[in-house]
Ligand binder design. Sequence first.
Ligand code: FE2
Ligand code: FE2
Length: 404
Amino acid sequence: MDSSSQNTIAAEWDEDVLVPVERLSVGLVVDSDLYADNQKLISKGTVLSQSIISNLTRRSIEHLKVRKGSSLSRLALLPESAEDRFAALLVDTGRIFEKHNLEMVIPQEKLESASHQIETFFCDLELGQSVDLARMRGTVDGLIREFTKNPSGAVKLLDLEHFDRYTYRHSINVGLLYLLNVADWVDDENELAEMVYGAVMHDIGKSRVDLAILNKPGPLDREEWEIMKMHPVWSSELLEDTAISDTGMRIARAHHEKLDGSGYPDGRNASEIDRFVRLSTICDVYDAITTKRSYKNKMNFAKAIEIIIQGCGPQFDPKIANMFIRKVGQYPIGTFVRLSDGRVGVVTSVNESAITRPVVSIVLDRQLQETDIPEELDLSQTPGVRIVGVVAGRSEETADRPRR
Ligand SMILES: [Fe+2]
Ligand SMILES: [Fe+2]
């Protein structure tokens, strides 16, 4: 897709808010409640999944009102002349984030020391050496305390280079995503810390899985898969002797269970999976998809959201998935986006009530030259300007083209 056809599609969507059902796509946001036979079928704000679209088709619904420009995975290509300049920005995101006030909410020394301790813990664990769970608990609690002051700051840590090895990066990311979402449900700080601890330690049982299986590049054979499926059991066993709450334990044991009963290790059905576990499953999947390609700009975030939406119903709880998407945003913090006025900005905060319209700080001006002084733009207050798409390098466009 070139940038001109991209713009044509965007323009079409803007005029055509009442969309024929056959043109709906996964990820569009419903703009008003839909009723059929005096029953509410879809609520305003729902993010469309494939099963919802199929349901509308089955019921012979012809049109649906969707939010302007709300398609999930739009990609905006820059003109060739600006590509090198943008590529240089992508390898220097530390400088850009600092310039645009995307600084860490945790003091650098604290973060580095916590990062070092967590890395050592997971390294020792992988090597089968004895580990100090109590010390780890203290480190994680310290991080959680910093983040509970400002949960949205947790997202700023995601995808940054502080946690560069998969095992512990994934553990911390899942903990942070969990905290960001669960903070609204739980007032008690200790309870919150217990849950986030469970989310951080959810995969600790992988330390008992042979490294050859863990790091196998291709698909696992039947026997290897059976071993892999044991890791949640081992996680709960390893945590059993620590002072962890029941919810923390359930997260460790059940984070791969699915609502339709097809998950593992216990094949629990929906009634046996509480909302705290349901949330951990979504955080886990989201991070597993995004971390693999963390060196890229954020098209993979859109992909992860799309996969979660598609799994709503059989795998994931739609209500919790919706909450998660609102919190993380369609364009998460740190995403580079092209605006309809030609400029490029970096997302600096998410508007929960308008996930397609975050606050951005302008990085490249209309001539696609780097701005000297950052200008912040709240797109929810700027109806004349909208996001055309996520800006990505050319290699990413060919490697991971989003589905429309
Ligand atoms: Fe797991
Ligand atoms: Fe995991």
